[in-house]
Write a new protein. Structure first.
Length: 101
C-alpha cells in the first residue's frame, strides 16, 4: 500500500514538472498585449505593443492586462485539469489491485 502511495507522490511531482514546462498564452487587442504563463499558473512574461501604450490610458491598459492574464490562467487551468485527470485515472487503476479488483 505504501508503495502505491509513494508512486502517487512521484507521479504528482512528475506532473508538476511537466506543467512547469508547458506554456500557455493570453492575448488581447489582436496580440498587442500578450501574457505567457506555465500550466502551473506562473506568469512568465507580459509584452505590450509600444504603439498601443500611446493610444490608451492607464485604466484601459489595466483592464486589458487583467483580461489577458485571466485568459492565460484559464488555459493553464484547463491543461492542469487534463494532466491531473490522466494521472488520477492511472493511479486509481493501480490502486484497484489493492482492493482485489
Amino acid at each position: 500500500m505504501f508503495d502505491k502511495l509513494f508512486q502517487a507522490q512521484q507521479k504528482a511531482e512528475e506532473v508538476k514538472k511537466r506543467l512547469d514546462a508547458i506554456s500557455v498564452f493570453g492575448e488581447v487587442e489582436g496580440g498587442k498585449i500578450k501574457v505567457v504563463a506555465n500550466a502551473n499558473k506562473e506568469i512568465k512574461d507580459i509584452t505590450v505593443d509600444p504603439i498601443l501604450l500611446k493610444e490608451i490610458d492607464n485604466e484601459m491598459l489595466g483592464d486589458l492586462l487583467v483580461t489577458a492574464v485571466n485568459k492565460a490562467l484559464s488555459q493553464a487551468d484547463n491543461v492542469s485539469k487534463s494532466e491531473m485527470e490522466a494521472v488520477t485515472k492511472d493511479m486509481l487503476g493501480g490502486l484497484g489491485g489493492m482492493f482485489g479488483k
